[in-house]
Design a protein around this ligand. Structure first.
Ligand code: F6R
Length: 607
């Protein structure tokens, strides 16, 4: 949510900052801007909309300079406009910001008492004006920035640039991630290591409450108590190709297609060489001692948790609570002894999930992070981290992260079942054999995309779509509906199949497509009855099932997508593919912006 960059370079920095912003555009695309210092002069360029608009603007209005900062915005305070775009400049300081300054109104009032007026509706302008105020009082840039940072409440990552200072950036982190990159005679600041990847793979992550004085000679880091801090420099392995589309039209289609590969690699990582045992990281609890699991997440990650609830309860016989992080954090639920709290997040930076983790940590419970970014805040603040190993996910709609989250949660459920002696070794082996066959089945499912595409074309004419499923397929129905509304803007709702007759059935008519996820498992007959209820009222069923299910469902089904046969336990991972493809091809048919849907951003670092 908002991406920020800072560069102290040896060449012109505008093109470098643009390249880094391109890699951060997934965090927001309402506006973008760059400020540089050239021969001592601070100047900036800003444009509304996607980065391409800024890049075009720079062609005719170049911005020279070897030092600079840049920003790609997801609007929080104030509409997307040039005046509200970052960098915000006040006198001799410019600043870029990710997050929310919660006390900005109080600070505005204080500044107004000094006769200081405002040009924008943003919280960030307060930061620039406050710094200018301290500079006008005679403070040095370093002292003015330090004093400003100490006055700010809320969640933020900031980068300051000063007129007349070609070798100085000040960076600060509280609640929003920030990395410092080390180059050869150059230094960088970025919201994440992906942004910095073309420039350097040597990265230092700021800790919560740190701020840093960055010059070309290095970074001086000061911790939240005002002491000099030594933070490790890590070598990050991000392949350039991970952040390119690799021949696909969209990141989303690339990321759907990557699932067999990344899942195969993750399976190899978490199983022993013979494929007969699960090797989770040291510190993974003995589930025989765990009496209860609480799982907390947002959005698609929450739906991965909801799927895993069925697994932990049915296969490992552990009671599980699943919660949306934004609800959990303010409900202050009691956490009984011997609870394992699992936090699932692709980015590892989602503000509500992080706050929920901190609440549980305060309660003294054991915490585990299931994340895609192992250096993320959620990973670093949890007792245990289980990386999902999906590789960089750039498309705003989560796809491969979802299936890789499910994979790790499935392994945890199987380990739990074995620890608690609910299953024996031969049952475990049977499941692991099935798991190792899963990438092949995912390939087959992806290969059936053309059939999904034809159906999606019809679906794109609908105003509303219902998604139904039973058991773990209920969670997938919610995920299918979320994906569709997120990228095609078609209104969609997911329901448990059995809930339909308790209200939503009133919506059914000949205009209402109903997507049903139903492999031919023990619940299939129940779902067929629910489908009959829909068809009897003129509703149009799109059934996603296997060959046996397609045969049993009969002739009246409007459209059928046939999946390869899969073990019941793993079906939610396989059936995620048509859910993703249905949304993807519908969005394509409607001509919406698949990778950067309106109003959204990846990595939601604000509440
Ligand atoms: C939907 C989607 C979001 C995220 C949610 C949580 O396609 O991507 O719903 O799943 O914002 O994000 P993470 O997993 O980064 O915590």
């Amino acid at each position: 949510m908002c991406g920020i960059v800072g560069v102290l370079g040896t060449h012109e920095v505008s093109p470098i900052i643009l390249e880094a912003l391109k890699r951060l555009e997934y965090r927001g695309y309402d506006s973008a801007g760059i400020a540089t210092v050239d021969q001592g002069n601070l100047d900036r360029r800003r444009a509304v909309g996607k980065l391409i608009n800024l890049s075009d603007f720079l062609v005719h209005n170049p911005l020279p300079g070897h030092s600079g900062i840049g920003h790609t915005r997801w609007a929080t305070h104030g509409e997307p406009s040039v005046v509200n775009a970052h960098p915000h400049q006040a006198g001799t300081v410019a600043v870029v910001h990710n997050g929310i300054i919660e006390n900005f109104k109080a600070l505005r009032e204080e500044l107004a008492q000094h006769g200081i007026g405002f040009e924008t509706e943003t919280d960030t302008e307060t930061v620039a004006l406050l710094t200018k105020h301290y500079l006008d009082d005679g403070m040095s840039p370093r002292d003015a920035a330090e004093k400003t940072i100490s006055r700010l409440e809320g969640a933020f990552a900031l980068c300051f640039l000063f007129d007349g200072e070609e070798d100085l950036l000040i960076a600060a982190r509280k609640g929003s991630p920030l990395a410092i990159g080390h180059g050869d005679g150059e230094m960088f600041v970025g919201s994440d290591a992906i942004a910095l990847a073309p420039m350097t793979n040597k990265v230092t992550y700021l800790d919560e409450g740190d701020w840093a004085v960055v010059t070309r000679a290095g970074a001086e880091i000061i911790d939240k108590n005002g002491n000099r801090a030594n933070r490790d420099m890590k070598e990050i392995n991000i392949e350039a190709t991970q952040v390119e589309k690799g021949g696909h039209k969209h990141f989303m289609s690339k990321e759907i297609a990557e699932q067999p590969t990344v899942l195969g690699q993750a399976i190899n990582h978490y199983l022993n060489t013979e494929g007969t045992a699960i090797t989770l990281p040291e510190g993974t609890p003995d589930f025989a001692k765990i009496e209860r699991i609480t799982m907390v997440a947002c959005g698609t990650a929450y739906l991965a948790c909801l799927t895993a609830k069925y697994w932990f309860e049915q296969v490992a016989r552990i009671p599980v609570e699943v919660d949306i992080a934004s609800e959990f954090r303010y409900r202050e639920p009691p956490i009984p002894a011997n609870t394992l709290a699992i936090f699932v997040s692709q980015s590892g930076e989602t503000a509500d999930t992080l706050a929920a983790l901190r609440y549980v940590t305060e309660q003294g419970a054991q915490t585990a992070a299931v994340v895609n970014v192992p250096e993320s805040s959620i990973a670093r603040e949890s007792d245990l981290t289980l990386p999902i190993l999906a590789g960089a996910e750039i498309g705003v709609a989560s796809t491969k992260a979802f299936t890789c989250q499910l994979h790790v949660l499935a392994l945890m459920a199987l380990k739990a079942a074995r620890d608690r002696q609910i299953i024996d070794n031969s049952e475990l082996h049977r499941n692991l054999v099935n798991l190792r066959n899963l990438p092949g089945l995912l390939n087959v499912a992806i290969g059936r995309g053309d059939a999904v595409k034809k159906i999606a074309k019809k679906l794109s004419e609908s105003q509303d779509v219902l998604f139904l499923g039973r058991g773990p397929m209920f969670a997938l129905a919610l995920e299918g509906a979320l994906k569709l509304k997120e990228i095609s803007y078609i209104h969609a709702e997911g329901y448990a199949s059995g809930e339909l007759k308790h209200g939503p059935i009133a919506l059914i008519d000949k205009h209402m497509p109903v997507v049903v996820f139903a492999p031919s498992d023990s619940l299939f007959d129940k779902t067929v009855s629910n489908m009959q209820e829909v068809m009897a009222r003129g509703g149009k069923i799109i059934l996603i099932t296997d060959a046996a299910g397609a045969k049993e469902a009969g002739e009246d089904v409007w459209q059928t997508i046939v999946m390869p046969e899969v073990d019941d336990f793993l079906a939610p991972i396989l059936y995620a593919v048509p859910a993703q493809q249905l949304a993807y091809f519908t969005a394509i048919a409607k001509g919406t912006d698949v990778d950067q849907p309106r109003n959204l951003a990846k990595s939601v670092t604000v509440e």
